[in-house]
Design a protein around this ligand. Structure first.
Ligand SMILES: Nc1ncnc2c1ncn2[C@@H]1O[C@H](COP(=O)(O)OP(=O)(O)OP(=O)(O)O)[C@@H](O)[C@H]1O
Length: 251
């Protein structure tokens, strides 16, 4: 199986000398193409820092990272952003208030050199369950769930192989969360996408992911298949604590 994401001994730090603090310590993980992998753990455990390291947004790191068999260096190139896209937690902050849906999507498509923009925009909107009627709306004319659908459409515009999902539903109303998770599940199945998803919610990760890594204070303390997670077969005390406290939400 091709590995979409391969991370070995990733350490990320902020500050230098006496001020240095390691936000991520010696994290290793492998995600096969088409798989969905969850990173869970309490606030500050380093989950988002792993995603930011992949996207080249941390100043200092060691170890190795490979995407679709290509090693990542200090800078991310155009090929990287064509293969890897991110969906952020807050769809209110991630869309420019003065840009219509049309402007957001055409900008993303042009950036990646696509022609046939009109048809592609219509198709992207269909793919995320919005339809053409949303094309000329501004963010303030959209609900939170609709905004997140636009953010997902923008991420899909370059036809990526991998989506990095940073708490993609935690800013949404509970009633809308399941709709967005189902959309992401369908898109992965249809397109063979690979997901690396950060969440503090084991229920969400249990629904979406085949494998789950648990992080605590920068370290990966446990790697579980979702079946073992559902069967409560954790070995690390912290994972047991997480499972106990979210038992009711794990489906
Ligand atoms: N730019 C930065 N400068 C200094 N420290 C940082 C910076 N970004 C993150 N950190 C620290 O790195 C650690 C990990 O943070 P990170 O945001 O990755 O955690 P997280 O598990 O994603 O938490 P959350 O669920 O709250 O987003 C924290 O201690 C945080 O304070």
């Amino acid at each position: 199986m091709t590995l979409a994401i391969e991370i070995s001994d990733l350490t990320v730090w902020f500050g230098e000398g006496a001020a240095r603090s390691n936000a991520v310590r010696q994290v290793s993980l492998s995600i096969g193409e088409g798989e969905s992998f969850g990173l869970v753990g309490e606030s500050g455990s380093g989950k988002s820092t792993v995603l930011r390291a992949i996207t080249g947004l941390v100043p200092s790191w060691s170890g190795s990272m490979r995407i679709m068999n290509r090693p990542l260096g200090a800078k991310r190139d155009r090929t990287f952003y064509k293969q890897v896209q991110m969906v952020f937690q807050d769809p209110y902050a991630s869309l420019h208030p003065r840009m219509t849906v049309d402007a957001v999507l055409s900008e993303a498509l042009k950036l990646h050199g696509f022609g046939d923009i009109d048809n592609r925009i219509d198709r992207l909107l269909e793919d995320v369950g919005l339809g053409k009627g949303f094309r000329f709306r501004y963010p303030h004319q959209l609900s939170g769930g609709q905004r997140q659908r636009v953010a997902i459409a923008r991420a899909l515009a370059p036809e990526p192989r991998i989506l990095l999902l940073d708490e993609p539903t935690s800013a949404l109303d509970v009633s809308v969360q399941a709709e967005i998770l189902n959309l992401l599940t369908d898109l992965r199945a249809e397109r063979g996408l690979t997901y690396l998803m950060v969440s503090h919610d084991l229920g969400v990760v249990g629904h979406m992911c085949g494998q789950v890594a648990v992080m605590q204070t920068g370290e990966m303390v446990e790697l579980l298949g979702v079946e073992d997670m559902r069967a409560m077969k954790a070995t690390h005390p912290y994972t047991k604590h997480l499972l106990d406290s979210s038992l009711r939400s794990v489906r």
